[in-house]
Design a protein around this ligand. Sequence first.
Ligand SMILES: Cc1cc2nc3c(=O)[nH]c(=O)nc-3n(C[C@H](O)[C@H](O)[C@H](O)COP(=O)(O)O)c2cc1C
Ligand code: SF4
Ligand code: SF4
Length: 489
Amino acid sequence: MIHLHEEAARCLLCENAPCGDQVSRAIRALRFENKWTAAELLAQLNDSEIEAAQQACIHYDRPIRIGELRSRVENIKQEKTVEYQSDSLPSLEINFCDMVCENPFFLASSAICTNYEMVARALEAGWAGVFYKTICKQDISEVSPRFDAVRKEATAFIGFRNMEQLSENPYSVDFEILHRLKQNYPSKRIIASIMGQTEEEWIELAQMAEEAGCDAVELNFSCPQMRLTGLGSDIGQNPELILFYTSYVRQAVSIPVIPKMTPNIMSMTSPALACFYGGANGISAINTIKSITMSHEAEVSEKKTVSGYSGKAVKPIALRMIYEMTGNPLLHKAGIEKHMDISGIGGIETWRDALDFIQLGCRNVQVCTAVMQYGYRIIDDLILGLQHYMQERGIVELKKLVGEELKNIVLPHDLDRETMVFPKIDREKCIGCGRCYVSCMDGGHQAIAFGEDRQPRIIGTKCVGCHLCRLVCPTGAIGQAKRMNKPQK
Ligand SMILES: Cc1cc2nc3c(=O)[nH]c(=O)nc-3n(C[C@H](O)[C@H](O)[C@H](O)COP(=O)(O)O)c2cc1C
Ligand code: SF4
Ligand code: SF4
């Protein structure tokens, strides 16, 4: 029996895939956690079509086992309780900073949106809007190479490092592009990201954004690799400067003003308060995390620098920073949730990632690295996955999900410390690899016995229910037993 997600993860996600549109689309849906669409598409194919697709597969090692993927997906389909109804999926429309957005998914200001054609293709693919590549009046000349990646086992990359600064286009060209985008895509949300060097420049760029017809303006207080000090994340680290520039822009334009925050700080509380008192309508968070990678291939003429880290690996940090704003009693007391909406960014690849941000209080989410890795096409499963999830839960309005998990986040000392959950081994799934034993021996409590029969056994008197074994098991054979009181010491 194959492992569904492991086999889907082997697929190369080929362009114009030789296995055919329907099969490649189904595997992509699986890859991006949208089992509903995968099941629907695979069920429509007969055995000979599946066989032909498998034979056409160009995988460099061995073809993807498409027939087995279909059987596994059919099993999942039989387990479900709600019939998939693709013809009556809920709308994802949501208000963000008083803008009606057809869905919450926007391109994040970056390399994925630097000219008209790119943004137009993304909007046509289904993205609801764009925070366009940051526009400035500085001379920008980018380095080569400018990217590096952190890899893990078979994964292409889990973290991404970039040394890119701002738009290399003359600023008047960028505003002309934004004007054309708004004219040609009136129902989409076109947002200019700007960075000034002086208050006059911030105001000038913001007014040009408004004149170009932009729906809002994002203030880049967060680029971690600017050439001059006092720009980018230097502003985001200084609440006084945040307040100063936000209020100048706020007074100069009537469109929503959305500062974009840096994660390179201790806490979001003061920067968020500064945005609030500066009159911001929303906050985007996070930009990239300051980092260094050491590979020689990524050096620029044999030199390295500190620059921004993004992608899947940063998501938990981004979520923590969002929570510091949406779950912060101090900020609630000031009333910020009534006046500012939050756009969540950092490591979003699938609809589940996006949902995490939404359930922590975001009304909008932005994606950069996942588009660089997989293309604009990931919007298909962001939209359909979230719609199917809502349908399964009987939720008809996306706003119902906003912040719904906040009530379940508590301080460490408020967690239940009286009970525990034992791991539970499913013998049918266990292949006797012993990974759980190795990790429990060297990183746990020596609570798994593993003998010549290759059957791991939990030693109840030693197990503390930490669940390291469950996390390392490669076959998903370790689940959870019922929560119970901790044994008396
Ligand atoms: C190549 C690259 C270029 C970027 N350029 C900008 C930029 O011009 N302005 C900006 O505000 N953020 C910029 N960012 C940051 C992204 O918008 C985003 O905040 C960050 O990458 C985290 O999201 P992600 O994990 O989805 O990539 C850039 C990121 C990357 C990877
Ligand atoms: S040809 Fe093979 S590797 Fe390429 S998309 Fe199809 S199944 Fe995946
Ligand atoms: S890690 Fe999983 S598959 Fe391997 S022995 Fe332990 S329970 Fe079995």
